[in-house]
Design a protein around this ligand. Sequence first.
Ligand code: TYM
Length: 326
Amino acid sequence: MKRLFSGMQPTGSPHIGNYLGAIENWVALQEQFDAIYSIVDLHALTIEYNPTEMSRRVFEMAAILLACGIDAPNRCTLFVQSHVPQHSELAWIFNTVTPLAELYRMTQFKSKAETHEKNVNCGLLAYPVLQAADILLYKGEVVPVGEDQVQHIELARIVARKFNNRFGTEYFPEPMEKVSIAKRVRGLDGQAKMSKSLNNQIDVIESPESVWEKLRVAVTDPARIRRKDVGNPDNCNISSLHELFSTAEQIEWAKNGCRTAGIGCFECKRVLADNIIQRFAPIREKALALLEEKSTVERVLAQGAEKARDIASGTMKDVRGILGLY
Ligand code: TYM
């Protein structure tokens, strides 16, 4: 079985962009690959965060991933990145073969350097090097991600190639991204990608009341009012969310009703809200139970870290040999 690796930052509760862009795919792929999933807390240190919240966030993310159907430790491995120190060790080594110019090219670095202009630290720039180490520590060949991460996986290929060339080896494979169908879910502002940092998200375990509160005020086709209430579903994010959550009949109903002003945005949003609530209700219930009970998540993460450390220490032993360290 080919090895698959992917990670998610514990910068907040996972949202429906993470779910459709990654988690749903992770669940399906654990059947076909030797899958390793990580909650990448070291990546989350690169922007401002509250240390008193971090461990709760990691724990919550693990509970939600399990509730979504990540079947660790049976069908895959789930662990916390900082529990396996070899990630940082390999990242340092990769720093020494990664051209700076490649890192300055990264669009995520450029946009984060703008939004966090008071905290443009080295870690923000070297972030994709750590990501390459995550994948290559396990010799991951397949990496399921949303569209925003594709450039980082390209960089991981460059890092693998540079390392192999520098040391005359074929030790590291060149990993390939596997992009989900819902590769870029837009946020409730109707413009930007759904993201925790833009606060335009609906969380996977959002309460039904809150799903409706957020959708009720979400942006629709901005030109609808000017056109005397006739909308264009192609310009409406609510319509694109229908495509992800509704039946074929409902999607048609929403599009037609929008074009003819046969239905109002309110009605259209209500049907979408009900579908989102229904889709995530069993996950929400399971996640809340796991959060309450604690021991299952603790056990899964401890076993996951042990398995990950085992593989990681094997890789680092080889890498030290290849580098010629004493
Ligand atoms: P992160 O934590 O931002 O997001 C986790 C996954 O969710 C996807 N995603 C989306 N997909 C569609 N629409 C959206 N609006 C949306 N928002 C997020 C992301 O593409 C990602 O797949 N750097 C990574 C974490 C990481 C990683 C890795 C990933 C660290 N090491 C190794 C793969 C392999 C990140 O910040 O993802």
